[in-house]
Design a protein around this ligand. Structure first.
Ligand code: FAM
Length: 441
């Protein structure tokens, strides 16, 4: 049985060798062509980032080191594998896979869970900072600020100040990443308690539970098996979606300045807080409830169509639909829908049923509207209605749960960035005048 640190150390030489070979043999190979429309179009489709954990295919969706979501569900240790209640993948298992490319044993995941539980308590100064926020401050702003304040105890920042060698950066970056992932549930639960008055109020950690078993308990769902399992699945499969999305890209960019993992991930959370990215799950639920209010519980396809058109005609986007890369329904949406199908309390829920009905009607409407390149549901279309059905109705909190998840994907890449010796990121920008002058040449 290996520790996670040993497992990472073991893969580093081969990874470094692979990079060296790529550089030596293909340093000047072309990966595409940069056109002016790329510069003006959000750099869509340009292959300009290295990202080890996952690759997103526009047709088949996400794979984590080559494993699709159903593949991962087959091989990654679940709660039951650790002797706990529940059958979904544990985010700890996904974290191990993303960091090492290998499937961990049950024992390895159990040890990692225990390590996370042991490191999960918050330092007093961070509790104080969170307690000082007004209830009216958006939970995502509170989350990002608290994560930044955790850098007070950064092992990487301390080692850097002492002059650690570049080849050794990855080890304290990994340590900070594990510490941060361990503390995210308590940060998120304290915010939930302060803003909404729900949960145990103490963020008590049970050393026999997994990361998300503890989180569920802290926010008051310890006895709700359906919710606990849903949170495990959602957080595991939502962790990584290759590198170009705003949150992952931000963590990588800020980390490239050798800002420590807390600062890098705090910045990522601020990007996740935008409505075109992570905040979409909050937006979807507000939008779906407004529709339910407008058309009643048993909306017909015709009524849903009309509602979709009214959103589009008012110049807004339909939240939870479209994607910058995907051109098919999001496999994460499919996995969450399957979860709903297996549980009567979700199958019979009017809000879950409405969201599923919308997912059948909206693609036709969006195709007819003719703007979006992808008319299909993304993960955010499904994620909120399950939380709502289980009684977590405060939807300004939903993106915080996404924020716990994204750390599992963004932080492993920071570790890889450091053991691969990736440089500070610094693309070239142009003004319109300088572009015109360049294009005239
Ligand atoms: N409803 C209406 N119009 C849409 C649309 C939607 N769901 N998705 C895209 N469009 C429009 C888009 O606004 C753009 O219009 P303009 O030409 O007027 O600017 C046009 O279609 C072409 O956009 P695209 O190339 O298909 O999409 P982008 O790559 O520019 O943007 C998204 C991708 C995800 C930002 C976009 O589809 C969107 O705004 N979706 C709704 C918000 C959402 O669900 N975001 C969450 C994405 C999720 F996966 C995540 O990050 N968690």
């Amino acid at each position: 049985t290996k520790t996670l640190k040993d497992a990472v150390a073991e893969i580093i030489p081969a990874k470094q060798e692979q990079l060296k070979k790529l550089k030596a043999e293909h340093g000047e190979s072309k990966l595409g062509e940069i056109q002016l429309q790329h510069l003006l179009g959000g750099m869509r489709g340009l292959k300009v980032m290295l990202w080890e954990g996952s690759v997103l295919d526009s047709e088949t969706g996400i794979t984590f080191h080559g494993k699709s979501i159903p593949d991962s569900q087959k091989v990654l240790p679940t709660a039951a594998d650790l002797g706990l209640n529940g059958n979904e993948i544990l985010p700890e298992s996904m974290l191990w896979l993303l960091l090492t490319g290998n499937v961990p044993s049950k024992e390895e995941v159990k040890n990692l869970s225990a390590e996370l539980a042991a490191k999960g308590a918050l330092p007093a100064h961070v509790e104080k900072i969170i307690d000082s926020f007004p209830k009216t401050l958006h939970p995502m702003t509170q989350f990002a600020a608290a994560v930044a304040a955790l850098n007070h105890d950064s092992k990487f920042a301390a080692a850097y100040a002492k002059g650690i060698k570049k080849t050794e950066y990855w080890a304290p970056v990994l340590e900070d990443s594990i510490d941060l992932i361990a503390k995210l549930p308590a940060v998120a639960a304290r915010i939930y308690y302060n803003v909404f008055g729900r949960g145990d109020g103490k963020q008590a950690i049970d050393s026999s539970l997994d990361l998300i078993g503890n989180y569920s308990k802290m926010i008051g769902y310890g006895d709700n098996q359906g919710m606990t399992d849903y949170l495990r699945l959602y957080i595991a499969i939502h962790g990584d979606h290759e590198g170009g999305n705003v949150s992952a890209h931000t963590a990588h960019l800020v980390g490239s300045a050798l800002s420590d993992p807390y600062l890098s991930y705090s910045a990522a959370l601020l990007g996740l807080a935008g409505p075109l990215h992570g905040l979409a799950n909050q937006e979807v639920l507000g939008w779906a409830l407004a529709m339910q209010e407008a058309v009643g519980e048993n909306a017909s396809d015709e009524q849903i169509k009309e509602y979709l058109w009214s959103t589009l005609k008012s110049g807004r986007v339909v939240p939870g639909y479209g994607h910058a890369v995907l051109r098919q329904p999001d496999p994460r949406f499919t996995a969450l829908s399957k979860f709903c199908d297996t549980r009567p309390e979700l199958r019979d829920s009017s809000i879950v049923q409405l969201v599923q009905k919308v997912s059948q009607v909206a693609p036709g409407v969006l195709k007819e509207h003719g703007k979006t390149k992808n008319p299909f549901p993304n993960v955010d279309a499904a994620s909120g209605c399950v939380l709502y059905q289980y009684g977590l109705t405060e939807f300004t909190y939903y993106t915080v749960i996404f924020g716990i998840s994204r750390a599992i994907g963004a932080l492993p890449q920071l570790v890889a960035d450091r053991y691969l010796g990736m440089p500070i990121e610094r693309p070239k920008s142009m003004s319109m005048d300088s572009l015109e002058a360049f294009l005239k040449k």
